[in-house]
Ligand binder design. Sequence first.
Ligand code: EPS
Length: 387
Amino acid sequence: MFFRFTTAGESHGKALVAIIEGMPSGVEIDIEKVNFELWRRQQGYGRGGRMKIESDKAEILTGVRHGKTLGSPITLKIENRDFVHWTEIMSSEPIENEPKNPRIVKRPRPGHADLAGGQKFQTRDLRDILERASARETAARVACGAIAKQLLENFGTEIRSHVIKLGNFPEIPLAKTWEEIAEIKTDSLLNVADETIQSQLVTLIDEAKANGDTLGGIFEVVAKNVVIGLGSHTSWREKLDGRIAQAVMSIQAVKAVEIGEGVQNALRLGSQVHDEIVYQENFRRSTNRAGGLEGGITNGEELRVRGYLKPIATLKKMLRSVDIDTKKEELAAFERSDVTAVPAAGVIGEAMLAIVLANSMREKFGGDSLEEMKRNFEGYLNQLKQY
Ligand code: EPS
């Protein structure tokens, strides 16, 4: 990997941190843009109590000087405000006396990492698993994605997302143009490019909440001005669709990833699927059902990726489970949860796509400084013009 990142941190620990490697020197970094993305991740109708406590802000600890990258590893830190309520329970030091309410978790939630993680890591307090499995970790990913986005801006690439389905509504995922997606207001309740259905979705969320239930859905991430030729057909490891699928599938609760209209395409005839090639000053496709990728290579059309989320596994309407010590039937643990987080997942999807694209750009155009990388990029564009 050329542009890579690691996150660390527990949901109720002191902080989340991330280290990014592989940024060239000389890239302007605006921390407000990072914080804006963190704010976006916290929005959306249907979020729970935790979002009222947190107001995520990133601090840059290394790798940036006077607003520009040095080419060295970048460290980001996001404090967990909620930690003040968990200082003893989440203390990294051994504690002398057990806290009054130790909040030990013994009743694994179906659909969460609790039980399989407990069995694998041999812990009898499932908090050891859920603290890291929690989707809180995605705040750190979004911060890294915001840095990747600032690299991509230098090459004209922009990334947005929108919600195209919540639960089973509407029946067919919403298909929207870049312009329609770009018009969605940043403070939109559900990040859908169709105001008329928004109120119906809000009702759906209210109903699920009243029933102590949760909702999944589908988001779509779209990248515009992606250069032709990222990824490669030559080896499975280089295929960009494979890398994108891994990155998006790794988002908590995402259970399927679709490129372009991949799911519907499987049910159509070939003549109804493949995008015909035309030439208008340069090569174009007359449609974009492939979602901007052919043979694992970007073809210059908009890159369109969809993430399918299962409903959140932490349910107020508790499902049947078993106490890991007594082995007796119990209801699964519940502290608090979101009813749905599909709009937030779209923001995380943007971050993951930005990271994959930043990596491919670094791989293809190299350079220690942004200037060198840009020179290589311009040279390649000239070469493409000759084709
Ligand atoms: C989340 C933080 C979590 C949950 C949610 C997403 O915080 P807490 O566990 O303190 O409520 O609100 O994560 C889950 C529902 C989950 O099952 O992991 C966040 O920051 O996005």
